[in-house]
Design a protein around this ligand. Sequence first.
Ligand SMILES: Nc1nc2c(ncn2[C@@H]2O[C@H](COP(=O)(O)OP(=O)(O)OP(=O)(O)O)[C@@H](O)[C@H]2O)c(=O)[nH]1
Length: 242
Amino acid sequence: MLMKSDTPSQGTTDEGTPVSVKIRERLVAARKRFNANDNIAQFIEPGELEKLLDEVAGKMQGVLDSMVIDTERDHNTHNTARRVAKMYLHEAFKGRYVEGPSITEFPNAEHLNELMIVGPITVRSACSHHLCPVIGKLWIGVMPNEHTNVIGLSKYARLAEWIMGRPQIQEEAVVQLADLIQEKTSPDGLAIVMEASHYCMGWRGVKDLDSKMINSVMRGVFLKDPNLRREFLSLIPKKSSN
Ligand SMILES: Nc1nc2c(ncn2[C@@H]2O[C@H](COP(=O)(O)OP(=O)(O)OP(=O)(O)O)[C@@H](O)[C@H]2O)c(=O)[nH]1
């Protein structure tokens, strides 16, 4: 019996090679890591993301077939394979496949070097282990450098969305975000606190709906100056609900 996934996939190059194979070859040739939380946009050529979507939809159809779901007759799952592929590539894990947001820089004309906090920024991600949602909030504290440019407030949320839009683990996600903000703004100090619910612990597994993970990264003056660290921590709300 012919399953939907046995039909020829369109996710191939002109020579019939799966587009994922071409992209992976380029990554390997450039000796670049392509872990779940790495961005690989640089290695995807124009038009290939659509082919990749076709390829993932074909493979997802195979998963549904193997789970013995009648996607031919079940009207609810008829287009599920493509829907899920689209959700992964264009929404939930978009941060792997597209270039980072463009950031407008403004001159720090007044040479400001006072603590600035932005948050709570809503975080939506998924864990690398089960691909279950991770939903939470984060706060970013910046001690600007009086000699470097400042970036628009909304850009912190855009950068966070780009980093979180990949399969992540929380510890690595906050470090990746800190590295990125550090690279874009070179502040004297940077602090990030993230609090999130991991649905791999709530929906399944231990089924603990209440526990959350809270972690932080402190850089520069936030590491050296305990008073500044205390000031930052005292200014962010003690507890949030999500
Ligand atoms: N450190 C860390 N662990 C995480 C994060 N997200 C999920 N996890 C954990 O990753 C682990 C994956 O463990 P495994 O033992 O391989 O998976 P499993 O057998 O399905 O584990 P259970 O969830 O205990 O059923 C689980 O303990 C998750 O709770 C995260 O962001 N950071």
